[in-house]
Design a protein around this ligand. Structure first.
Ligand code: 7PJ
Length: 280
């Protein structure tokens, strides 16, 4: 199983670690530290990316739109200004697949031209023009499930059968990608932990993650430092590593191929232990 990310191939026979690089000024966990006087410090972002690569990340996920619960809307021009210089800088300086966390067709195309190798869309290519733009880039895509939008998604989300509804949604979006000309081997699927879900929904999705691997596309999983970990354990953002690693291991055991995380070094250690005990 190989994901062809522009000039770089990612082997999904082994779990891959995607390091998160938030370039939003309001990010809850690390983006704010990358800004000085409201302006992104590109050098700092490159240093952070470079550290994550050294620690074993094979993908860096660059995001310029905050999608945390209640986050406000970002104009596409501003998203471009945040994301493009960082994509260019990483592309010039580091040997790594760059993923762009965006739902905007213009950002997809510009980032691809600047060296991005993967499109990560929390709206699963549902914005107008997003599917066509993604197809045009010829890059692999990650389709994520979200109920509602970031502004209101945590206002009492409801499901009859959460795992089934998320499965059906991802199946439909995967089919839409295939109908638009993509290969299913170049699509990743993500249940979207914390995106319009209560803790009970998140826990159900994690327990039933294996079922998503039936869809025939690689599964990407992101729980790193999320508020659910905080609520379940009573932990602040910077105290959520152990809980995040616990969930990530459960995801690996159920066939997840890519882990999207803040703490790359610790996650890579955990992945090594997983691999040593799951020799092929
Ligand atoms: C996710 C994401 C996720 C994918 C964010 C955060 C919020 N993309 N972008 N999956 N989360 N594919 O990191 O807490 O879980 S932003």
């Amino acid at each position: 199983m190989k994901l062809q990310c522009a000039t770089r191939a990612l082997c999904l026979a082994e779990p891959q670690v995607m390091g998160i690089l938030n370039v939003t000024p309001d990010s809850f966990s690390d983006g704010a530290a990358l800004h000085r006087a409201g302006r992104l410090n590109a050098e700092k972002a490159l240093i952070k990316a470079s550290q994550m690569v050294t620690q074993g990340a094979s993908i860096i996920d660059v995001g310029g739109e905050s999608t945390r619960p209640g986050a406000s809307h970002v104009h596409v021009e501003e998203e471009l200004e945040r994301v493009l210089p960082i994509v260019e800088l990483i592309h010039k300086n580091l040997d790594v697949v760059i993923s762009v966390d965006t739902s905007q067709p213009l950002v997809m195309q510009a980032a691809a031209a600047a060296g991005a190798g993967l499109i990560n869309d929390v709206r699963a290519l549902q914005l107008e023009g997003a599917m066509a733009a993604a197809v045009q880039t010829q890059l692999p895509v990650c389709l994520m499930h979200m109920q509602g939008d970031p502004q209101s998604m945590q206002h009492d989300p409801e499901y009859t059968d959460c795992a089934k509804e998320v499965y059906t949604f991802l199946h439909k979006r995967l089919k839409a990608c295939c109908d638009a000309g993509m290969q299913s081997s170049q699509v990743l699927l993500d249940p979207g932990i914390g995106f319009g879900k209560k803790d009970e929904h998140n826990l159900e999705l994690i327990k039933r993650l294996q079922s998503f691997t039936d869809l025939g596309a690689g599964v990407l999983f992101g729980v790193s430092r999320k508020s659910m970990v905080g609520r379940l354990l009573g932990r602040e953002v910077h105290e959520r590593l152990a809980g995040s690693l616990g969930f990530a291991l459960l995801a690996l055991q159920q066939g997840a191929k890519i882990l999207r995380v803040h703490d790359v070094a610790a996650t890579v250690d955990m992945v090594r232990i997983y691999q040593l005990t799951h020799a092929k």
